[in-house]
Design a protein around this ligand. Structure first.
Ligand SMILES: Cc1ncc(COP(=O)(O)O)c(C=O)c1O
Length: 456
């Protein structure tokens, strides 16, 4: 493929005109951009024709591999009918079909689907619905206006979702713009906030949540949580029993539970939804990323009848949920999502995943040999390998050393695309990855960590 198009190469156009997300552009402008042209299965191909394993599922979205025929066909077939019509006051065929399918596969009790187009908006909607629910439920509950979330939480980049976020690095600068929230301790066992060890700790990290709920439940509308794994914080996996206890505490203190399954949903943790690991039923569920198998932007917020019913009334009662994005329920994205769910069923994806999860666990054991690997966390196909300067003291590397970044550049040279979260190396391959590709992904990651950290 010729790189020169109307004077500038694609790399030059990229550097000249594009502003990349979560990227320090001063640094990026000095780099040689990698421009992806196509994908197939577990692989991405750049414009020079180089092939890379997509080790993070194109930011945690690709489920059955790139160019999955069934999903591509569903998209093409829908485009031939109609690409978009609004859900404001009308419906469309795929949106209605998909809503039934989503209600059927999500935890029991969630019965209504509100669409949007990305994870942040699905969270924003969950926050607004839970706030408005208490305003409309009764005169007594109108005091419930606040939210609880966890330290280290990540729920998206819009101001509401940032308000319930807990990652200093991303969120600090916006603090004057945010609404105040209660923050409970994160169950980060490797760096336990209570300085305790598993399993003798009796989940002491829940104390702070319990105290907040005991003291402030009259003011609190909802608790929001990423079930089983705090993803963007560095794949912090929950200790057994933690999520169930959170559900119990919310119920006891009459606080709604919002499960943000944007990252963990659609098979990533080995179950369709992470809440299933502890048989937890949230009051609201936010889903996005893998919903279309990683093809098109779509998100949904599911709620129970109890919540939905609080919004019913005469138009003049002003109980309507006044929210809706232009592309809400886009028919092409919904058609892709239906095909995605059909592939899950037809190919028994979750069943065949079990063996690959075991293989990944086995492969990860060998990483313990590397002298700067502090912690290895895994929940199904979500992995975080935390690199530290001194494993004994758990001392982190200096930020300027950019260890995580250097590791992924080494991996790139070896034909693997991964993206770190600071010094946590993330692996999140498509669920469809073959065993040999999974072995290659682990081998390259191992070699890359070794190469970078043995020099320091
Ligand atoms: C748990 C969680 N919630 C929300 C979001 C935001 O999703 P989006 O980037 O689609 O807005 C993310 C994105 O990584 C996420 O991991």
């Amino acid at each position: 493929m010729t790189l020169k198009k109307r004077g500038l190469t694609l790399e030059q156009k990229d550097k000249k005109y594009l502003w990349h997300p979560f990227t320090q552009m001063k640094d990026y402008e000095k780099s040689s951009p990698l421009v992806i042209e196509k994908g197939r299965g577990s692989y991405l191909y750049d414009i020079q024709g180089n092939r890379y394993i997509d080790g993070v599922s194109s930011l945690w979205v690709t489920v059955h591999g790139h160019r999955k025929k069934k999903i591509d066909d569903a998209i093409i077939s829908q485009v031939k009918k109609i690409s978009h019509s609004t859900l404001l006051g009308l419906s469309n065929v795929p949106a209605a079909e998909l809503s039934e399918k989503l209600v059927k596969i999500t935890p029991k009790g969630l019965s209504k689907v509100f669409y949007s187009d990305n994870g942040s908006t699905s969270v924003e909607i969950a926050l607004k619905i839970s706030y408005q629910y208490w305003q409309q439920k009764s005169a007594k509950t109108k005091t419930k206006k606040k939210f609880v979330s966890l330290v280290n939480a990540y729920h998206g980049d819009t101001l509401g979702s940032v308000s319930v976020g807990g990652i200093e690095l991303f969120h600090q600068v916006y603090s004057p713009l945010l609404f105040k929230t209660f923050k409970a301790d994160s169950p980060y066992c490797y760096r336990c906030p209570m300085k305790k060890d598993r399993p003798g700790c009796s989940l002491a990290c829940l104390d702070s949540l319990e105290n907040i709920l005991k003291k402030h439940s009259r003011e609190i509308a909802a608790m929001i949580i990423e079930p089983m794994v705090q993803g963007a914080a560095g794949m912090i996996t929950f200790p057994k029993g933690y999520l169930k206890k959170v559900r119990q505490l919310c119920t006891r203190h009459n606080v709604l539970l919002i499960a943000d399954e944007v990252a963990v949903g659609f098979g990533r943790t080995g179950k369709m939804f992470a809440c299933e690991h502890e048989k937890v039923i949230p009051d609201l569920l936010a889903i996005a990323k893998g919903i279309t198998g990683g093809t098109l932007p779509l998100a949904a917020t599911l709620v129970s009848d109890e919540i939905y019913n609080a919004f019913l009334g005469e138009p003049e009662d002003l109980k309507t949920f006044f929210h809706g994005h232009t592309y809400t329920g886009n028919p092409v994205a919904c058609a892709a999502a239906i095909a995605n769910l059909e592939v899950f069923e037809e190919e028994k994806v979750l069943l065949s995943l079990k063996k690959k999860i075991r293989l990944l666990t086995k492969q990860l054991k060998s990483f313990k040999k590397l002298s700067h690997v502090g912690d290895i966390r895994q929940s199904g196909f979500m992995v975080g390998i935390e690199l530290v300067a001194e494993p004994k003291t758990k001392k982190s590397f200096a930020v300027r050393e950019r260890i995580g970044h250097r590791v992924i550049l080494e991996a790139r040279k070896r034909g693997v695309i991964i993206r770190p979260l600071g010094d946590v190396i993330v692996l999140m391959p498509p669920l469809s990855i073959s065993e040999s590709e999974l072995n290659a992904l682990c081998d390259v990651t191992f070699e890359s960590i070794k190469k970078v950290t043995e020099k320091v």
